[in-house]
Design a protein around this ligand. Structure first.
Ligand SMILES: Nc1ncnc2c1ncn2[C@@H]1O[C@H](COP(=O)(O)OP(=O)(O)O)[C@@H](O)[C@H]1O
Ligand SMILES: [Mg+2]
Length: 219
C-alpha cells in the first residue's frame, strides 16, 4: 500500500486553482524529490498532505487517511504519521534541544519520563546531536538546528517525512549533508520522504525518483 496516493488533486486559494489535476504515489521507504521553481505549487502540495489545506477535488490518501473525509479531530492522528522539516527551523528558541523534543512528545501523548528520555537520546544519536542536547537552538549552527528539526520529525516514527526546501538557508556543503542525513535516517526506518527543492544541484547528489512541479501540475 502506498504511503501517499494522490489522484487528480485540485487545490484552490479562494477561487484561484493552484494545484490542477495532480497525480502522485509514494511507496513506504521511497525517497522522492519534488523539484520546481518558486511559486510552482510545491509548498501547497506539502501543506495539503498534512491536512493544512482543503481538497477541492480528487483523491488524497496519506498514511491510510482519506483526506477528504478527515475531520478536525482526525488531524492530530494524521500529523503523527508525518514528520515535517521546513526551511525556517521553527524550533522553540527559549528552551534546550532536549526540551524541544520533550515538548513534542508530551504534546503527542507521551507520559513516561524514562521512555521520553530514551526516545530523545535515540533520535539525537541518529542525527549526531546527542552531546548538544542541553544547548539552546541559538547555540547551534544552522546545519545543527536543521539536524535537530530532523530529529524532532522522527520522534513518533512517522510513515512519511515532508521536507519543504529544508536546505534553503544553508551553504551547499551543509545542504548536501542534510539531504544525505534525511535520506539515511529515513532509509533506516523505512520512512518515505517527499523532498521539495528548487535546487537542481542537490538532485545530482543522490539517485532518487524526481517529480517536477510546473505551474500547479506534476510532470
Ligand atoms: N496563502 C496563499 N494565498 C493565495 N495564494 C497563494 C498562497 N500561498 C501560495 N499562493 C500562490 O500559490 C502558488 C503556489 O505557491 P507555493 O505552493 O507556495 O509554491 P512553491 O512552494 O513552489 O514556491 C503561487 O502562485 C503563490 O503565489
Ligand atoms: Mg515553497
Amino acid at each position: 500500500m502506498p504511503v501517499v496516493q494522490i489522484q487528480n488533486l485540485w487545490v484552490n486559494y479562494g477561487d484561484e486553482p493552484v494545484l490542477m489535476g495532480v497525480d502522485l504515489s509514494i511507496m513506504p521507504g521511497e525517497f522522492v524529490f519534488l523539484l520546481g521553481k518558486t511559486g510552482s505549487g510545491k509548498s501547497t502540495l506539502l501543506k495539503t498532505l498534512y491536512g493544512g489545506l482543503s481538497v477541492a477535488d480528487g483523491e488524497v490518501r496519506v498514511a491510510g487517511f482519506d483526506l477528504r473525509k478527515l475531520k478536525f479531530k482526525g488531524k492530530p492522528k494524521l500529523r503523527r504519521e508525518i514528520g515535517m522539516v521546513f526551511q525556517d527551523f521553527k524550533l522553540l528558541y527559549d528552551r534546550s534541544i532536549y526540551d524541544n523534543m520533550e515538548f513534542v512528545l508530551r504534546a503527542t501523548g507521551w507520559r513516561k519520563k524514562k521512555l521520553i528520555a530514551a526516545r530523545i537520546q535515540e533520535v539525537l544519536d541518529g542525527v549526531g546531536l546527542a552531546t548538544k542536547m542541553d544547548r539552546l537552538p541559538n547555540q547551534l549552527s544552522g546545519g545543527e538546528q536543521q539536524k535537530a528539526v530532523i530529529a524532532r520529525a522522527l520522534l513518533n516514527h512517522p510513515q512519511l517525512i515532508i521536507a519543504d526546501e529544508p536546505t534553503g538557508n544553508l551553504d551547499p556543503e551543509t545542504s548536501l549533508e542534510i539531504l544525505q542525513l534525511i535520506k539515511d535516517v529515513a532509509a533506516k526506518e523505512n520512512t518515505a520522504v517527499l523532498f521539495a527543492t528548487h535546487d537542481m544541484a542537490l538532485l545530482e547528489c543522490l539517485s532518487a525518483k524526481v517529480v517536477r512541479c510546473v505551474d500547479g501540475r506534476l510532470v
